[in-house]
Design a protein around this ligand. Sequence first.
Ligand code: SF4
Ligand code: SF4
Length: 87
Amino acid sequence: MHSMQFNIRISSNCINCIRCVAVCPSHVLVRNSANRMVEVGSLGRCIGCGQCAAVCPTHALHHSAYPTEKIHPFKTEDCPTSESFVL
Ligand code: SF4
Ligand code: SF4
């Protein structure tokens, strides 16, 4: 299988909110066990979904496949809640 080579950089704008860690389906982004700061772990596992860049509130996470002008951040307040669904 062809695997893409991506690059991810986290700038000093990072506020360590761990949103990118929570959203990444491949566990690429991790917290450093010593200083608890978010960092890039196993980059080879990245599937290039772009969710980490989209969810970052400070534009600190730079993904090579998602330059800033391509990112369309979503507002979590616009997402449906469990109360929105009547079963
Ligand atoms: S692009 Fe997707 S898979 Fe890759 S680090 Fe970001 S959230 Fe994880
Ligand atoms: S989402 Fe952005 S600000 Fe939050 S931990 Fe990740 S890189 Fe840092």
